[in-house]
Design a protein around this ligand. Structure first.
Ligand code: ADP
Length: 516
């Protein structure tokens, strides 16, 4: 049935509601079907959409335009609609598809309307091809999915890197990584040193950094860190208690370039500094030892010459004094040789003691010493060093026992008495006085010799130091230095009084050390 032509012929079907022009120029496809589902009217757009010629469709069942599998269902729905028509969209909530002549399908949107004529009831379907819209929708959806995926990925990456930073920061060795706001409150704090301090990051965040510092350093550190808020980097050291820290601070700018936070990396370098100090100390000791040795060589080559030449001369003279009446001369030279050898041994012993002291290889070995007997033995022995007419007198205020290292005490007494003899003239007496008081033993060696110039008195215990008035008398400048070191080791002390030209008194004291 050709409805279009029938209209113009007033076949009874009133198409007054649908003007011809509107019908044909509509952007959507229009199909009118009768109550039995036969197509009675189509516009050009509908034919184009479906790939049919108008005449192929007129009179045909509408279901031929519905996807095959849905044709049955469609028929039922259509009959329902005809029975109870209303103006509405078709297939609400479902994706509608239309079937072209070539069998291909495409997405559509259909709105339904109905009208009646005296002879029949008609349904008018307005069909829009939404292929393009669907495609755009799909693309949009795909894009959305992609975007979502990317966001997820980025979020994971961020979380991962945040985790990584947190782990790195938490394990930052021997220090803390900190971020402060402008009031020096912790915004962030992580690092191994926190464990050692016994605090957690959570406990620190929000609290004030400066109040944790001792008053001694607080102002200085605040001043340095304020500079960082002004945009400068700062690197400086901080010593708190006995700990040494190195601080490196950099400004953190916000998106407007303003420094509202600073990053401070605080490293505990106490151990390195200690090691450095020890190394420098060892190096210094080594240097001093080397210097000592070279000074000794210089001194020894000078000081050895005199006793050695004395020995040589005396030996050759002794060889000449063969007659029995020359016994006195022989004895004189034997004594000279003995004294020179004693001198040499003294120098060598001093040096060996000093070397041991310097390398820290010496330890005290305390034993009970009955002082009177000990000093009497020593004085006997030292008589051999007396010049003509010299005497050594021993005086005891009281008797007692001291617990001390015997060798060291020997060395001390020997040095002081031999100096007293050496720096006094012939016929002079050297007095040795001993006294026990307050669990200590005091010993003084008094001489009436050349004395010590005042200008030199402050240097007497320095290594290799010799007073200006002693240059013509043999000596190494080591003895008193060693004596002082031995006394330090044994918890004693030494001091002296001297008047140039009048003599000196050298005193030392030692703790009795529970001697019984
Ligand atoms: P040495 O006697 O071998 O030079 P010491 O270390 O024993 O070395 O003494 C250091 C210096 O102290 C001596 O060179 C001397 O100038 C001075 N001195 C030490 N004892 C006396 C003393 N009893 N009288 C005067 N000067 C002394």
């Amino acid at each position: 049935m050709d409805l279009k032509h029938e209209t113009s012929k007033s076949s009874g079907l009133q198409l007054a509601r649908v003007s011809q022009a509107l019908f044909e120029s509509a952007a959507e496809g229009l199909i009118v079907i009768d109550a039995r589902g036969k197509m009675v009217l189509l516009n050009q757009r509908a034919c184009e959409m479906l790939g049919y010629l108008e005449e192929e469709l007129i009179g045909a069942q509408i279901e031929m335009l519905v996807p095959m599998n849905l044709a049955g269902e469609h028929q039922k729905l259509r009959e329902g609609f005809v029975h109870e028509p209303s103006r509405r969209s078709m297939g609400i909530g479902r994706d509608l598809r239309a079937r072209r002549k070539d069998g291909s399908e495409f997405p559509v949107e259909i709105s339904l309307n109905h009208f009646e004529n005296e002879d029949d009831r008609y349904v008018m379907a307005l069909i829009s091809d939404i292929t393009q819209r669907k495609r755009t929708e799909q693309e949009l959806e795909k894009l959305n999915l992609e975007l979502e995926h990317r966001v997820q990925l980025r979020t994971r990456e961020l979380a991962d890197s945040q985790n990584l930073y947190a782990v790195i920061a938490r394990n930052f060795p021997n220090g803390i990584i900190m971020v402060f706001d402008q009031d020096f409150n912790y915004v962030f704090a992580e690092g191994r040193e926190l464990f050692k301090m016994g605090v957690t990051s959570d406990e620190l965040v929000g609290t004030n950094y400066l109040t944790r510092l001792g008053e001694g350093v607080r102002d200085t550190i605040e001043l340095r860190l304020r500079e960082v808020f002004e945009g400068q980097n700062a690197n400086f050291d901080m010593i708190v208690d006995d700990k040494h820290y190195e601080l490196h601070a950099v400004p953190l700018r916000d998106s407007t370039g303003l420094v509202n936070r600073i990053l401070v990396v605080e490293t505990n370098v106490t151990q390195q500094k200690r090691a450095e100090k020890n190394m420098l100390k060892t190096l210094d000791k080594e240097r001093q030892l080397n210097e000592l040795k070279s000074r000794f060589v210089a001194m020894a080559s000078h000081e050895f010459r005199t006793p050695l030449s004395t020995i040589l001369t005396s030996l050759s003279l002794v060889a000449r004094y063969t007659a029995p009446e020359q016994e006195a001369n022989r004895l004189k030279h034997y004594n000279r040789i003995r004294s020179s050898v004693h001198n040499l041994t003294g120098i060598l012993n001093d040096f060996l003691s000093l070397d041991k002291l310097e390398t820290g290889m010496i330890a005290t070995n305390p034993e009970q010493i009955e002082l009177r007997a000990f000093l009497e033995d020593m004085v006997d022995e030292l008589h051999s060093l007396c010049k003509d007419g010299q005497t050594i007198s021993l005086q005891f205020e009281n008797d007692g026992i001291v617990k001390a290292d015997k060798n060291m005490l020997r060395n001390i007494v020997m040095n002081l008495i031999s100096n007293a003899l050496k720096y006094s003239g012939e016929n002079q007496t050297v007095e040795v006085k001993a006294a026990f008081r307050d669990a200590k033993v005091y010993v003084s060696v008094v001489d009436h010799g050349i004395g010590i110039p005042e200008a030199d008195q402050n240097h007497m215990f320095e290594r290799f130091f010799r007073a200006h008035n002693a240059t013509n008398i043999q000596g190494t400048g080591l003895g008193l230095n060693i004596v002082k070191k031995y006394l330090d080791l044994m918890g004693g002390d030494i001091w002296f009084e001297s008047t140039p030209g009048n003599g000196s008194i050298f005193n030392f004291v030692l703790p009795q050390n529970d001697a019984q």
